[in-house]
Design a protein around this ligand. Structure first.
Ligand SMILES: C[S@@+](CC[C@H](N)C(=O)[O-])C[C@H]1O[C@@H](n2cnc3c(N)ncnc32)[C@H](O)[C@@H]1O
Length: 183
């Protein structure tokens, strides 16, 4: 009996890992999640600096389990839209949203096909090559003053507005980089 349970566990882990590998080949982005502590620090920063208000429209591009979207909902922006291609992640996010009676719109969609023209604030944790493409799209579509927060690295061809530590308790903390559309 124990043998079959262990075998089943191994098979499930292998299926889960293969799923991630297949997705990596599709999107060229690994499914890695922003640590909860980083999200708490970011939401605190957004709150303390009044970066959002009740009219703000927020996007999370590549939402994973939706942790940023759920956290930012506590600040009551007008609308939150989260795009994700992974079926498992979007399915779980939708269930969680239902249980929490959340108004976040989780959509299984390629964010390159999305219209970002009403965005006030965009959260991104991707890889440099894809982020460069997103920034190009944002510059074409988004209105002046739309903000983008990027976890982990800077844009190659653009100076950031400012940066904050993802985890101020750590000496070797990574950073969130803030950018603003300036037309
Ligand atoms: C590094 S993870 C970040 C997840 C989440 N935003 C977080 O910070 O915890 C990037 C996510 O973007 C998704 N993704 C990559 N390219 C995408 C695309 N073109 N459209 C929608 N989702 C995409 C991946 O499936 C993955 O879940």
């Amino acid at each position: 009996m124990d043998f079959y349970i262990i075998l089943l566990a191994i098979i499930l882990v292998l299926i889960f890992l293969s799923y991630h590998v297949v997705f990596y080949f599709r999107t060229k982005v690994p499914i890695i999640i922003t640590p909860k502590k980083f999200i708490i620090n970011l939401v605190d920063h957004i709150k303390q600096n009044n970066l959002l208000d009740s009219n703000s429209v927020v996007y999370e591009l590549g939402s994973g389990w939706g942790d940023f979207s759920f956290a930012i909902e506590n600040l009551n922006p007008q609308k939150i839209i989260a795009y994700e291609l992974s079926f498992i992640h979007i399915f779980w996010s939708k269930i969680k949203a239902k249980i929490r009676k959340s108004k976040i719109s989780f959509e299984m969609k390629d964010f390159f096909q999305a219209d970002l023209s009403d965005a006030d604030f965009i959260y991104i944790f991707l890889v440099p090559k894809i982020v460069d493409k997103v920034w190009k799209k944002m510059k074409q579509e988004c209105k002046t003053d739309t903000m983008m927060v990027l976890l982990g690295h800077e844009l190659s061809n653009e100076k950031y507005l400012y940066k904050i530590k993802t985890n101020p308790d750590k000496k070797d903390s990574t950073y969130y980089y803030f950018y603003r559309i300036d037309k």
